[in-house]
Design a protein around this ligand. Sequence first.
Ligand code: SAM
Ligand code: DTB
Ligand code: SF4
Length: 344
Amino acid sequence: MPAAIRHDWSRDEVAALFALPFNDLLHRAHGVHREHHDPNAVQVSTLLSIKTGGCPEDCAYCPQAQRYDTGVLPQKLLEVDEVLARARAARDAGASRFCMGAAWRGPKDRDIPKVAAIVRAVKDLGLETCATLGLLGDGHAQQLKDAGLDYYNHNLDTAPEFYGEIIHTREYQDRLTTLEQVRDAGLKTCCGGIVGMGETREQRAGLLQALANLPEHPHSVPINQLVPVPGTPLANAEPLDPFEFVRTIAVARILMPLSIVRLSAGRQQMDDAVQALCFFAGAGSIFYGEKLLTTGNPDVEADRALFRRLDLHPMEVVENAGTVHADIGENASCGHGCGCSAAA
Ligand code: SAM
Ligand code: DTB
Ligand code: SF4
């Protein structure tokens, strides 16, 4: 029987999934994955910080908050040409989506035309576009959509009841409001959270319950493992058991059957075998490229090797630019990043 699309998950139901014997949980999650997704295809996104550091917010995990001494040097918004060069390189290396992050509480009205020009240029390369700029103001989502933005990333980050221990400068409701604006503008939502911040399993269940009970399941659900950064309040957070991370991916897979669950930040600190378990449990997307926003990510060569060893292939994207043949192999040469014979 196909998995039902539900928005009324109770905390007890989600907690019961977490509590399943590991093999039972993975079996069930993989079944849901296989029913709705190609289990051997992985969507490949590349991240770029287009405006770095100096952020006024106090998110306890974040190396870009001005108030923490993390060594991140503030940089103003990049010019279109700088972003384009990085996007072209990401495309040629095989990424199909380019995600642009800004260390803002939210953009000012005057920032939006500049970001819109960047989005338009990246979209013209044939890439899917994603932006994460913080809380949006009136009309911002629509202007970004009109510029060709496909996805907006805005995370719930953690369970409602743990949120106040991590962030004090914005409310959970502020995040829900931005997500509503994003949906209303017809943008696809990318929304997930971070685990390994000292939350309990019950609170991990609370994060996934909140995501699954949104009015629409996010198209993309990034599950980040905390990257502990010296200087931040969470620098010495107790590392999460890797199998608990895999469980989180599996439960997300079961709760939101049609969404693409991203094995997001934290892969550099993760064994290949754990990553393989995450793909089995239903992860269908990664960040690809040596850097996330300010912290490291696995080498491109290591990811190419991992894909080969696990017989994974990049997900193909059919967009208005035509079929983007995806290949992160060494034959990436045609300008689509795929080694096909089509002209770039
Ligand atoms: N400033 C905007 C905002 O907070 O919405 C956009 C950029 S912010 C860096 C995007 C997301 O990155 C955060 O919501 C958080 O989930 C994730 N993130 C930031 N620092 C992280 C860390 N050290 N480990 C894991 N994820 C992190
Ligand atoms: C998301 O959920 N994770 C990405 C992306 N969305 C923007 C960010 C991860 C950031 C990790 C810390 C850093 O590199 O600064
Ligand atoms: Fe600022 Fe975003 Fe980092 Fe929070 S997560 S401190 S809002 S850049």
